[in-house]
Ligand binder design. Structure first.
Ligand code: EPU
Length: 421
């Protein structure tokens, strides 16, 4: 028997909500623990399925992993296995982030290729060419990506696109390479800064974190550390959009508001009153009186508007006054979720990378299916603005990214329940 969410629309979300550590940071930080023998401790880990999956993946490489509340303790042995092709690895989209650390530590890696994804093709060409520049040979064999190197050396690397995953893998291989590596057109996401911060605490020498040029001076050894995972800016944005769409008043804590500067600016343009609280985890407050106004969105790597927030932009546009144009530049299949929005009464059409959404006064409840984490959360937000009860199926996607989603929604006054299908 599976479960789904039943969302009764109409409530105005009011109150406070806490955001936990970022999914797209914690998994990489857990992989980075492979780089140092001994016990690395991560705090503020989110209670999502991918964390125990990653723990199993690390255990299959020889680590001991203890998960207790929001703390992960990873003890990495002197001799690691380089075969990352266990069942847990295959289930984890982010499993590819062990590639760089394994090549760095073991000079070889066999990593199960992540399976297909509903958001579109996820090539690994930049991961491969970056590692090859560092001196590794890479190829695909029996469903795995294989990398081998006699030794890694520093190199000048230009990325075609500021890919988060490629930046992370190259960085984690380069920290133990012989000499200096420069990664140009590197990703600048806050999660990359978080990784650089932790690697630096471990003894890595990295300059330029948060800029598009990362310079890494290789060291011979890293030591374990203790590190707090940054707050999840995508979860934070989800609550900001939910507040704006339900004409609510929500204070979001646990996230750095400056990681959401563009999101908050868009919400202001839509008519919200936004207050930013200075301080690492102080967050922000979004108050919306009246119907949101249509705003255009273009997804781009950070500091652009994140592709992960695109479903929320579509959900907001669906109930806004006027017409919005949304341009998706990263994952072409992310617009598939619009078909589910149309079931909910959205007036939307797509043409290639662009979607045009004409806002309607109210959406209309319907059964809908989540196809990935963010699309699922976007459908729940839309359900909050629909008449009647919207049934959202395939919620395991949503729960991969949102710990306590229903509980938090209910705390803010939404009429949402988890029911057996
Ligand atoms: N790309 C290539 N070649 C490569 C690598 C990437 O062409 O070798 C392309 C991709 O196809 C895409 C673009 O570059 O068009 C950006 O991909 P990126 O590598 O930055 O994405 P990722 O590292 O695979 C992470 C997040 C995604 C998020 C993207 C973009 C994790 C585990 N995943 O993926 O998060 O959408 O960055 O910001 O960190 C999510 O959380 O729901 C999610 C999908």
């Amino acid at each position: 028997m599976s479960e789904h969410f039943r969302v009764h629309g109409g409530a105005r979300l009011v109150g406070e909500v806490d955001v936990v550590g970022a999914k797209n940071s914690v998994l990489k930080l857990m992989a980075a623990a492979l780089l140092a023998e001994g016990t690395t401790t991560l705090t503020n880990c989110p209670d999502i399925l991918d964390v125990p999956l990653m723990a199993d993946a690390l255990r299959s490489l020889g680590c001991e992993v203890e998960l207790e509340g929001d703390v992960a303790r990873i003890t990495t042995p002197a001799e690691l296995s380089y075969h990352a092709d266990s069942e847990a690895m295959g289930k984890l989209r982010a499993s590819i982030c062990v590639l760089g650390p394994l090549v760095g530590r073991c000079k070889r890696a066999v990593v199960a290729l992540p399976g297909g994804d509903a958001i579109g093709s996820r090539p690994l060409d930049m991961h491969q060419s970056g590692l090859e520049k560092l001196g590794a040979k890479t190829w695909i064999e029996h469903g795995c990506i294989v990398a081998e190197a006699e030794g890694l050396h520093g190199a000048q690397i230009w990325l075609d696109f500021p890919s988060m995953g490629a930046t992370e893998n190259i960085l984690m291989a380069a920290v133990l390479a012989n000499g200096t590596t420069v990664i140009d057109n590197a990703a600048r996401e806050p999660e990359i800064i978080d990784l650089c911060l932790m690697l630096t605490q471990m003894g890595a020498r990295i300059e330029g974190a948060g800029t598009s040029t990362l310079t890494v001076h290789g060291v011979t050894e890293l030591k374990p550390t203790e590190h707090r995972v940054i707050g999840d800016r995508i979860v934070g944005a989800t609550w900001g959009f939910a507040a704006a769409m339900t004409r609510g008043d929500v204070r979001v804590r646990g996230v750095n508001p400056h990681h959401l500067d563009l999101v908050l600016e868009k919400l202001r343009m839509a008519g919200a009153e936004v207050t930013v609280y200075e301080g690492e985890d102080e967050g922000f407050r979004v108050v919306m009186d009246g119907r949101p106004k249509a705003v255009d969105f273009v997804t781009l790597p950070y500091p652009g508007f994140a592709t992960d927030n695109q479903p929320f932009a579509i959900a907001l546009s669906a109930v806004s006054e006027g017409t919005s144009m949304i341009t998706e530049n990263l994952f072409e299949a992310r617009f598939r979720f619009i078909d589910e929005m149309i079931r909910l009464g959205a007036d939307a059409r797509t043409d290639g990378h662009h979607a045009v959404i004409r806002g309607v006064e109210q959406l209309s409840s319907a059964p809908v299916w989540a196809s990935d984490i963010r699309a699922g959360a976007g459908l729940v937000l839309a359900g909050l603005c629909a008449d009647g009860a919207t049934e959202v199926y395939e919620i395991f996607h949503i729960e991969r990214g949102y710990p306590g989603f229903v509980e938090n929604l209910r705390k803010l006054g939404a009429d949402v329940e988890r029911v057996s299908s």
